[in-house]
Design a protein around this ligand. Structure first.
Ligand SMILES: Cc1cc2nc3c(=O)[nH]c(=O)nc-3n(C[C@H](O)[C@H](O)[C@H](O)COP(=O)(O)O)c2cc1C
Length: 215
């Protein structure tokens, strides 16, 4: 017997806040920082977890969650394996989209732009700030590749631990990417689905144009 999920009746009304063209900061980075701090204060779980969307060479969308590790006027930084599926997709098409859903605040932030590798110095600095287990994990995992069973990964981890001890160097295939935004949309849930959507578009001279989008 098949069971059907009753999803049609699942709905929330959003009432916590509002956002207008005049409330937002003139720079989307400043606006992001403001909302991020509010999400931190609201103790949103995994506040820096974001969906990263990329595209395959034949135009199929792909997505997964990564952790935001830096945000400033240059862009939004995350770290991963450069040879992973996402790494290969970004090598072929260096564009991505980042999406945050801060459910406790009824907010969504959507960031689009070009993706570039961060400098080796930046990757080194973050790599060496991580616990040794994570540093060895970056060596042990051939991220996104099929593996016959878990014991192979655990054996690789033990082998690298034996080789490097507590001081593994950063693997050449592991480091950071920065998404340099050309558009950022801030979404605030409102009553009766009349949500607020304020979008920043980067202009050729580097200034930002602000527009309201229909919900
Ligand atoms: C909460 C959360 C945080 C994650 N953070 C990262 C991260 O910062 N970097 C990363 O490479 N993978 C991270 N992952 C794992 C990715 O979602 C994904 O499984 C992995 O990067 C392989 O993706 P790919 O095969 O598309 O390259 C995280 C997963 C979750 C659920």
């Amino acid at each position: 017997m098949t069971q059907t999920l009753s999803l049609a009746d699942l709905r929330n009304n959003y009432v916590l806040g509002s956002l207008s063209e005049t409330d937002v900061a003139p720079s989307p980075f400043e606006q992001f920082r403001h909302w991020f701090e509010q999400a931190l204060s609201a103790q949103v779980a995994e506040v820096n977890a974001m969906t990263l969307a990329t595209v395959t060479p034949d135009g199929r969308p792909d997505a997964r969650i990564v952790l935001l590790k830096g945000a400033d006027e240059r862009g939004f930084t995350f770290f991963t394996n450069y040879e992973s599926r996402k790494g290969q997709e970004l090598a072929a098409t260096p564009y991505g989209c980042l999406l945050f859903h801060w459910i406790e605040l009824e907010r969504q932030v959507r960031i689009e732009g070009r993706v570039e590798k961060v400098s080796a110095e930046e990757s080194d600095a973050y790599y060496h700030s991580r616990p040794v287990g994570s540093r060895l994990g970056a060596w042990a995992s051939v991220q996104s590749a099929e593996v016959a069973d878990r014991s192979i990964i655990e054996q690789r981890e033990a082998d690298f631990r034996h080789q490097f001890g507590d001081a593994p160097p950063r693997p050449p295939h592991w480091g950071g990417y920065r998404l340099v935004p050309d558009a950022i949309e801030f979404w605030q849930g409102r009553d009766s689905r009349l949500h607020d959507r304020i979008k920043f578009f980067r202009l050729a001279d580097g200034a930002w144009r602000i527009a309201r989008l229909s919900p």
